[in-house]
Design a protein around this ligand. Structure first.
Ligand code: F6P
Length: 595
């Protein structure tokens, strides 16, 4: 019997209570308790793939029910639409334009149960080593937990460590911003270049881009610049240092491992830029680091007193709330703004681990993605924020999602008989409308996330215009989902006297799914909420697909082949060695390059 979607199936469980219980109460409940370990292990040890379960098969069969169901009809069912709106802490999610019925949602709930989704979330929050191939906890939620929260990793409450680093960042950023920390020539450091790549770059860039035009944040950033150097391409170096004076620049080297080739080369280049202008001693005043590897930080020549730690239980792409993001953003905007961002993320963390699934925004987002990818067969997702301030949101989520869920085997190493992960891409509206929306409207079906903001960061109203710029933007935010869902029929076109030969070209099939997420405004708090909602959505998808969303072995092969090429280039350039050991194609290309 389908569940009534207003009923809660999930009673509050361990993770809901955990961050707020004192250690003595918490510890006996935690995964590290031998009894809990046995119980959880027995439950999780099963190697059954999710596709072998009844709820999966049931959903496969359920797809047939949509053969003759059009979103046009589904949207007429007001009760359905009402049930498909969820609100939390100012955010409104409307998923009524998904190709799903209330019955679908009940079936997805059962799939979540079969995938032990609740237990997986609990295991994550209780610090179990759910990243099993790297034998690590996954605790980015601890990075934004309140000071008095208690979250364990390997039997240790990690929250005090998190706050020690946050306090250190607060003190350091205040010194730099106030001018009490000065450069080698006594000048205040007003510009910051953050060197880092992948997870040590994309998240902080997204948040920085989003905050730049927030009036409150911008007020605190006056007279300061924050730039990001990611690519090893010398063009990126040139662009980053253009117009900057080493005397007034602070370089933050951000690398979890402190071994990433691109980051370390860029760090050496900028160390040279500083020391050739100001002398080698200037490095101590002009370079600081963020890393889990303080030994290598010291070896590089950065004083570990000026290093900001994080921990192996923070995945690179989930590290924006660690010193990776918090340090550069605090230097630019001041710590209080960044603290608001952390609070927004924390609000979603609490919602994610405690709200019943039918009201749980990240869970709903995740389950609907699984439905779209694995059952309806849509491999991509477009992320379409109607806010220019969110222009770096899609690139960030692209990494979080595709590096997390782009996997071919289950967490137990069994090849997946179904596709996991999705292809994420996106652009802010309305720019995207003049670019790739043609394909989304009349070509391939790509489920879309429309993200809208009620109150613009920068409202502009020109006298004589019909609506303000923001209303104009939002008119498109509201119109596009309906255009996708309803389409336009040949009958409608005939009534409009469209010539017969143009009718096939002007017809829109409709029935194209989307969801709308409406945020009240775009300040540091909302940006944190948005980030955490997507991080958890991606985890939900991975938990249901039964994969490890927290490792990234797929990036290794290319890195090791580049090492071989690097050695060859060095030997050819310095000793004139011929190119050898590569296939015909690579040999030819390398030879041409060296010539
Ligand atoms: O792209 C692979 C990756 O390992 C990412 O997961 C990580 O965020 C990035 O490289 C940078 O790594 P690091 O912070 O260690 O320099």
């Amino acid at each position: 019997k389908p569940l009534n979607r207003t009923q809660s199936r999930d009673s509050p469980k361990l993770c809901q209570l955990q961050p707020f219980l004192p250690p003595l109460v918490l510890y006996p409940l935690s995964f590290h308790h031998p009894l809990c370990f046995l119980l959880c292990s027995a439950e999780m040890a099963s190697t059954t793939l999710i596709c072998d379960t009844e709820p999966w098969k049931d959903l496969k069969a359920h797809v047939e029910d949509f053969k003759n169901t059009h979103l046009r009809d589904l949207m007429n069912d007001k009760e359905r639409c009402q049930s498909m709106m969820v609100e939390f802490d100012g955010m409104l999610l409307d998923y009524s334009r998904q190709r799903a019925t209330l019955e679908t949602m009940d079936k997805l709930d059962k799939l979540a149960e079969a995938a032990s989704l609740k237990q997986h979330i609990n295991r994550m929050y209780s610090g179990e080593h759910i990243n099993s191939t790297e034998n690590r906890s996954v605790l980015h939620v601890a990075l934004r937990a309140p000071r008095d929260a208690v979250i364990y990793s390997d039997g240790k409450n990690v929250v005090p460590d998190v706050w020690n680093v946050l306090d250190k960042i607060k003190a350091f950023s205040e010194k730099v911003r106030s001018g009490s920390w000065v450069g080698a020539t006594g000048k205040p450091l007003k510009d910051v270049i953050a060197i880092g790549i992948g997870g040590s770059f994309l998240g902080p860039l997204f948040v920085h881009t989003a905050l730049q035009t927030d009036p409150e944040a911008a007020e605190f950033a006056k007279g300061r610049q924050l730039r990001f150097l990611a690519n090893v391409d010398p063009i990126d170096v040139a662009r980053n240092i253009a117009g900057l004076n080493p005397e007034t620049t602070l370089v933050v080297v951000v690398s979890k491992t402190f071994t990433t080739a691109e980051t370390m080369l860029n760090a050496r280049t900028l160390r040279e830029w500083i020391s050739s202008a100001l002398g080698p001693c200037a490095v101590a005043k002009h370079m600081v680091a963020v890393s889990t590897n303080l030994t290598l930080v010291e070896k590089f020549g950065i004083d570990t007193n000026n290093a900001f730690a994080f921990w192996d239980w923070v995945g690179g792409r989930y590290s924006v709330c660690s010193a990776v993001g918090v340090l550069p953003l605090s230097l630019q905007y001041g710590f209080p703004i960044v603290e608001k961002f952390l609070k927004g993320a924390s609000s979603i963390d609490q919602h994610f681990c405690s709200a019943p699934f039918e009201k749980n925004i990240p869970v709903l987002l995740g389950l609907l993605s699984v439905w779209n990818v694995s059952f309806l067969g849509y491999p991509a997702r477009a992320i379409l924020p109607y806010s220019q301030a969110l222009e770096k949101f899609a690139p960030h989520i692209q990494q979080v999602s595709m590096e997390s869920n782009g996997k071919g085997v289950s967490i137990d190493g069994v090849p997946l008989p179904y596709e996991a992960g999705e292809i994420d891409f996106g652009e802010p509206g309305t720019n995207g409308q003049h670019s790739f929306y043609q394909l989304i409207h009349q070509g391939r079906v790509i489920p879309c996330d429309f993200i809208g903001i009620v109150k613009s960061q920068q409202p502009v109203y020109l006298k004589g215009e019909l609506v303000s710029n923001h209303d104009e933007l939002m008119s498109n935010f509201f119109a596009q989902p309906d255009a996708l869902a309803y389409g336009k029929t040949s009958e409608q076109l005939l009534k409009e006297n469209v010539p017969q030969h143009l009718i096939p070209h002007k017809t829109f099939s409709g029935n194209r799914p989307s969801l709308s997420l409406l945020l009240p405004s775009l300040n540091a708090y909302n940006i944190g909420q948005l980030l955490a909602s997507y991080e958890h959505r991606i985890a939900v998808e991975g938990f249901v697909w039964g994969i490890n969303s927290f490792d990234q072995w797929g990036v290794e092969l290319g890195k090791s082949l580049a090492t071989q090429v690097r050695k060859q280039l060095h030997a050819s350039r310095t000793k004139g060695d011929p190119v050898e050991g590569f296939n015909f194609s690579t040999t030819t290309l390398l030879t041409r390059y060296l010539e």
